[in-house]
Design a protein around this ligand. Structure first.
Ligand code: ADP
Length: 278
């Protein structure tokens, strides 16, 4: 590439400085975050928060400094799974995140509400604004990997998160009974349109292992995750079983005790993803 003269009109290169319209916002001045991974799904209720939690727990157990930004403003569930009840506190220059037992930093709408069952009845622009404030106004400190539990779907809220936060990659969560093809395609296409690499597809509720005979049953139909991975050029995939132990750990706020092996291939890809600012 020739030396930059900062005169884009005379240059054919498609470099970053040409992007005059970039909406990327810087994080808080006291945040130093190396990798940001969006955990997204084409629709709600597929286990996006569970996958976010399992990835975070596994990364933390490997000694990484981990954070979860719960951008699911109207359906925040991260704090419950980790049994965190405290509220976020404020410093002079920003909001301080709460911390889980194993030391995962976390911010969620529930950390700011007076009662965790207070509903957030806001218009989309306000919801998107709150999600972005979790990025710009929270003092995250030093973080190796931040996982963003994305608002479900491909509407204006996930779109503004994708546009405003510099992402190293995305993980897409699906279930076998979905209208998989279409829903995964939407989420993958959204990431592709934002130039965010899709690091992995996690097929949640992929099978159930019978506790009596040990046989695997595909309760919601045969797995299609390998096929999807190939069709959409996604780097890796994982199958997460339906496991009553997981439901119980979430309900009791003890997700840090879960078996995180099923998300191992995706975390390996996360650890290989682009470092921000490089
Ligand atoms: P989403 O974030 O996509 O809305 P959640 O992660 O909150 O979905 O999951 C919805 C509910 O289903 C939660 O109560 C969660 O504990 C339960 N759940 C999700 N995946 C599994 C699984 N593989 N096995 C057992 N329970 C699960």
């Amino acid at each position: 590439m020739p030396d930059c003269t900062h005169d884009c009109s005379t240059c054919a290169s498609a470099c970053g400085s040409r992007e005059k319209t970039s909406l990327i916002k810087p994080p808080h001045a006291r945040s130093k975050i190396s990798r940001v991974i969006a955990v997204a799904s084409g629709k709600g209720g597929v286990g996006k928060s569970l996958v976010t939690a399992l990835l975070a727990v596994r990364a933390r157990a490997m000694g990484q400094r981990v954070a979860i930004l719960d951008a699911d403003i109207t359906g925040p569930s991260s704090m419950k799974a980790f049994g965190v009840k405290e509220r976020a506190t404020g410093a002079e220059d920003g909001i301080l995140p709460v911390e889980t037992r194993s030391g995962i930093k976390m911010i969620s709408m529930n950390a700011l509400l007076e009662h965790e069952d207070d509903p957030v009845i806001w218009r989309g622009s306000l919801i998107a604004g709150a999600a972005l404030q979790f990025w710009t106004d929270v003092i995250w400190g030093d973080v190796d990997i931040m996982f963003i539990d994305m608002p479900p779907g491909t509407g204006d809220v996930p779109l503004s998160v994708f546009q405003s936060i510099p992402l190293s990659g995305a993980v897409v969560v699906t279930t076998p009974q979905d209208l998989v093809e279409m829903i995964v395609k939407k989420a993958v296409n959204m990431a592709n349109m934002m130039n965010v690499p899709v690091l992995g597809i996690a097929e949640n509720m992929s099978y159930f292992t019978c506790p009596d005979c040990g046989k695997r049953h595909e309760l919601f139909g045969p797995s299609r995750v390998e096929e999807l991975k190939r069709a959409y050029h996604v780097r890796t995939s994982a199958r997460i079983p339906v496991d009553p132990a997981l439901t119980q750990l979430v309900n009791e706020g003890r997700i840090e005790e879960a078996d995180t092996d099923p998300v191992a291939p995706i975390l390996a890809e996360v650890l290989r993803s682009r470092l921000l600012g490089r």
